[in-house]
Design a protein around this ligand. Structure first.
Ligand SMILES: *[C@@H]1O[C@H](CO)[C@@H](O)[C@H](O)[C@H]1NC(C)=O
Ligand SMILES: *[C@@H]1O[C@H](CO)[C@@H](O)[C@H](O)[C@H]1NC(C)=O
Length: 298
């Protein structure tokens, strides 16, 4: 009897330990869409390596400027059916519990949001064409995406991105995830204001192409301080470590698997804000196998 009781307690403890481990485990986020040789979206999701897949990119999104998605060699948005065939892949990913988001890429070539009203127009456009709204010309077909990612790296203004997030969060219906991919120097030049709103669910910080704050074994302190600042100062639900998926994926900031698993992850996983690792991009991950190598450590 006593032995059986002990056994039950032991089983219960193991189950609870398992649950605890599970809920604390970090997730892997991948950007897909900028290389036709990276395999399909469905193949990407079928690996089960990723919890969030970010479709990259929608480089123009102001309704009056003919927004057009860019998915490199995957599909031609200007052809008759454009990229609409992606709908079944998106639904396949979602059926596996994977969240699929669309990334707004703002850089030097794109226009800034001029006003709160323009932010509202962009939100309406995104809602009707990619989220729970409707439109006769949805670029990715009828699939309803899980949210919008802000990868704003230029343009001539850092204003009104918070307004856009607020409008997107204001729609009724299926939850709209709002995420962002700022650079690690704090605060981010373009999204700094928006990120203080508390409207962002997840923030994947680009700890690459940024020597002042990315991991460097000689000056580990810079990286640690930057991580601390992001996790303490940004009121998002989770902060992710954004990394190149291979040496070739970025100008700098690649972390060899061994350094990541033995030095970097142990230093940041203690934070309650730690969400996992974001990788740029699926193409480089296919070549390197990085996500498979780090998965059990993230
Ligand atoms: C979207 O659906 C609503 C309600 O079904 C309808 O009133 C509206 O005209 C539709 N809009 C478009 C752009 O199709
Ligand atoms: C990985 O860690 C070792 C030991 O700290 C260090 O010598 C090496 O430079 C690191 N590699 C990189 C790319 O930072």
């Amino acid at each position: 009897m006593a032995l059986r009781f002990l056994f039950s307690i032991l089983t219960l403890s193991l189950v609870m330990l398992g649950l605890a481990n599970c809920s604390n485990a970090g997730k892997i986020v991948i950007y897909w869409g900028q290389n036709g040789n990276e395999g399909s979206l469905a193949e990407t999701c079928a690996t089960r390596n990723y919890e969030y897949v970010i479709i990259a990119f929608l480089p123009t999104f102001i309704p009056t400027q003919n927004p057009m998605i860019n998915l490199a060699g995957h599909c031609n948005p200007q052809s008759a059916n454009g990229c609409m065939a992606l709908s079944s892949d998106i639904k396949f990913c979602q059926s596996k519990g994977i969240k699929v988001l669309l990334s707004l890429r703002g850089d030097k070539g794109s226009y800034p949001l001029e006003s709160t009203q323009e932010a509202s127009l962009v939100a309406t456009y995104l809602w009707n064409n990619f989220l729970g709204g409707n439109s006769s010309s949805r670029p990715l077909g009828p699939a309803v995406l899980d949210g919008i990612d802000f990868d704003i790296e230029g343009g001539s203004s850092n204003q009104h991105w918070g307004d856009l997030a607020r409008y997107l969060k204001g729609y009724n219906g299926k939850k709209v995830y709002i995420t962002a991919a700022p650079q690690c120097p704090f605060p981010d030049a373009w999204l700094g204001n928006a990120l203080t709103t508390g409207l962002f669910d997840f923030v994947w910080v680009q700890f690459y192409n940024n020597p002042s704050c990315q991991y460097n074994s000689d000056e580990f302190n810079n990286f640690e301080q930057a991580w601390k600042q992001w996790t303490l100062d940004i009121p998002a639900k989770k902060i992710f470590l954004g990394l190149p998926a291979s040496l070739e994926a970025a100008g700098s900031g690649y972390i060899p698997v061994g350094n990541l698993t033995s030095i970097v992850l142990p230093a940041i996983k203690g934070s309650s804000k730690y969400g996992g690792v974001m990788l740029w991009s699926r193409y480089y991950d296919v070549l390197s196998g990085y996500s498979s190598s780090i998965k059990s450590y993230v």
